[in-house]
Design a binder for this molecule. Structure first.
Ligand code: IMP
Ligand code: MG
Length: 175
C-alpha cells in the first residue's frame, strides 16, 4: 500500500483493533462506573479511536471534548507543542480521560497532562490505542493502552502520514 512516496504493509487488522477497543472499553467502564468522566480526544489522530471507544464505553452521563495539538511534521516528532484548539468546558472537580491514538516520545501526553493539572481536576488517566515504550521518555503512567509496538512509523485508523491514510480501517507500518 502506498501513501505519497512511502510503502506500508498491514500491521494490525480491523478485527484486532475492534476486539482490543472493546476490551479497553469494558475496563474503563468498570473503572468509572457512576463518576461521569469527560473523555478528552486529542485531535487529529485520535478522532477515530476516540469515537469508537467513547461509544463502546457507554458510561452513563459521560461527556466528550476535544483538544487539538500538533507536534509532528511528516515522520518526525518536533520538540515544540502547539495548542491549536482548546476546549472551554468547565472541568474543575471532574474526572478526565485523555484519549490518544499513539504515545511515542511522550511529549504530547506530557504537555496535555500539564494543562489538565493546572485546572484542579479530580483525576487524570490516559488511554492510548498504541504505545511505543522504547521511545517513551516520561514517567506518566499510561493506564490503558491497546498495543505496545516497536519504533515503526504507522498509519491508519485515524493516524496519518502527512495528512493521509486516516481513513484506513487497519493499521499499517512502514515497509
Ligand atoms: P509524541 O508527542 O512523540 O508522543 O507523539 C505523539 C503524537 O505524534 C501522536 O499523537 C501522533 O499524532 C503522532 N505520532 C507518533 N507516532 C506516530 C506514528 O507512528 N504514526 C503517525 N503519527 C504518529
Ligand atoms: Mg495524536
Amino acid at each position: 500500500m502506498k501513501i505519497k512516496n512511502k510503502t506500508f504493509e498491514i500491521f494490525i487488522s480491523e478485527k484486532d483493533i475492534k476486539a482490543k477497543t472493546k476490551e479497553l472499553s469494558e475496563e474503563i467502564k468498570d473503572f468509572y462506573l457512576d463518576k461521569k468522566p469527560i473523555f478528552f480526544i486529542i485531535l487529529d489522530g485520535s478522532f477515530v479511536f476516540g469515537a469508537d471507544l467513547f461509544q463502546k464505553c457507554k458510561i452513563k452521563n459521560s461527556e466528550v471534548e476535544f483538544m487539538k495539538i500538533k507536534s509532528y511534521e511528516g515522520m518526525n516528532s518536533t520538540e515544540e507543542l502547539k495548542i491549536i484548539l482548546k476546549s472551554d468546558k468547565e472541568i474543575q472537580n471532574r474526572h478526565i480521560i485523555i484519549v490518544e491514538d499513539i504515545i511515542d516520545s511522550g511529549l504530547t501526553i506530557d504537555g496535555v497532562i500539564k494543562i489538565f493539572k493546572k485546572e484542579k481536576v479530580k483525576s487524570i488517566e490516559v488511554v492510548s490505542l498504541l504505545y511505543k515504550p522504547d521511545n517513551y521518555k516520561y514517567n506518566h503512567n499510561i493506564k490503558w493502552y491497546g498495543f505496545s509496538i516497536p519504533n515503526d512509523f504507522v498509519v491508519g485508523y485515524g493516524l496519518d502520514y502527512d495528512g493521509f491514510g486516516r481513513e484506513l480501517n487497519e493499521i499499517y507500518k512502514l515497509k
